[in-house]
Design a protein around this ligand. Sequence first.
Ligand code: SF4
Length: 616
Amino acid sequence: MRVQRGRAVNSVRAAGVPRHAEKPTATLAGAPLAPTARAAPVAAEVVTLRDSAVWDAPFANVLMRRVMDHYVRQTWTSPEDVETYFRKNQFDPATTRIICWRDVAVGWLSLRWSADEVFVDHVHIHPAFQGRGIGSVVLRRVLAEARARGLATRLQVLRVNPAARLYMRLGFRVHAETVTHFSMEVPAPAASATGNGCRPGTGDAGPRELAAQYPDVPLFVILKMDVQRRGLRMTTAALDAVQGPEYNYGRSYVLYGQGEAAPRYAPGPLLLRDGTSVLALADAGGRNPYTVDRIDDRFVLFDGDAYVDDVDFTSRPAYYGKRTRRGVPMESIASARPQRLDINPYRFCHFWEGGNQCKYCAYFTDVKAQERCADGRVAREVDLEDVYDTVREALQEPGRFSQVMLTSGADYRGERTFDFEVDRHIATLQAIGRNFRTRRFASQLIGCAYDQTQLRRLHAETGLTAYCPDIEVWDARLFEWICPGKAKWPGRDGWIRSALDAVDIFGPGNVYTNAVAGVELARPHGFATEDEALASHVEGCEFFARHGIVYLSLVWIPWRGSQFANQAQPSLRFYVRLIRELRAIRKAHGLLARNDDYRHCGNHGDSDLERLEVAA
Ligand code: SF4
């Protein structure tokens, strides 16, 4: 790879490029040549490649000189060396393809394929078309093909050439250097990182196709579920752009698989253009993640090499970076979703002891930390005064937070099962409540299956407004297999009974339960078909809705670290069908998922559907 960028010219024809006698595409002479300084990124589908022929030589060689000359002369001062460079790098039709934008030749690409790599010899874009993502589109395709073939992608770039930054954004890393060049590469992929993770034979379709087939489901909601399902990675440029105070969410949302030598700050939830928030982590299941790149001053979402949309990230809350009176960073006490404060009063789950954890779970995996607290104390508990300080500070930001959510792992210890857990939640809610003048404040507790006495205490002793014992898997047989801890403490009937009892105490519509949708298809004991899985959710949702309980779904991710890592996920179509069914049932029963809507949670596609109805 030699250079890509150069000084702008008015046209290739003005630069002396002749028209071809038999040109299969137009030349730049017929193209719009004055894109604005912030030209929109081009759609990938209007960028095409065609084979080259000998008659492309004048176009290619003149274009190369035009874009390279500046950097070659910066590198070599002797005119002989400069001429040697251009002579050695003459256009070769055997390895070259012409890059076209709407059938206009705007650049060229030269590749050499071998058994273990593809070497990018040249990629040159006409200066009038640089900065629009055409080079990125082309190189993403090369990377995708190399990845599919299991090959590394390598190139060389002059040290003085700023195109190196583009290559870094696309994932290239410097692996060698000389006085004149950097050698860069994207290594060959690990075998597990390829493929989209879909269940074979489901006939899956993409977001746009499904939006056309299900016009009552907005494209943004489908896109959200697909981003969650496949994960999200960020290019180096995008990650660089979220290190500053506007986006930096600390390390609370850890981005996996970035290949970064040093830990980087991660952004908060992704925001789609309609305000849909998306909780997504990078490539957590080794699937085929979407990519966020930084182009000009925008974040741009790509699916492979295809432009999807401009996106953004939730802005950093004002309390991040501040400390409690005890000197504890506030973001370690409460993490922020778009308009919700999430607090983990302690950070472990006793179900992990003895392997009773839910099989899809990758939270609170530090069993050793739990063992250290076998003396009856609570592991990794947060200090109540730190909680009070953090909530107080967070509420200072005008219009930002409208709900507090508490959750931790299961702690079945105590005179009654879960007494330790309930005591801890009551103390935490009381510390939060000192910040409010009203007795009750908008709050949700995602807890375990408490009995009536415990539920009454929570209601009487705190300002809690909503309670959520997550059933996770509705089918009785699969609940036993997938959630062994819940099946023991206190069993499926206990989880259902707890939700029903809570309705009497907190009121209809204020009790929720959640299902990890798709996990009931896990191998080897799961349902054989998506239709069976769908029917099970419909049955569960109808049961709970009849009792005034909101049944929500979220997209199952086969997390690394969970027992279900590497399992195949259901199709995107499954999730689209599911959220339509669940929303229809809740609507028929007059239930709204206000506590888990797009502003507060970011996890649930089906609660996002309610936005249109509430607004109407
Ligand atoms: S209850 Fe299940 S899902 Fe929740 S933290 Fe424990 S093992 Fe994980």
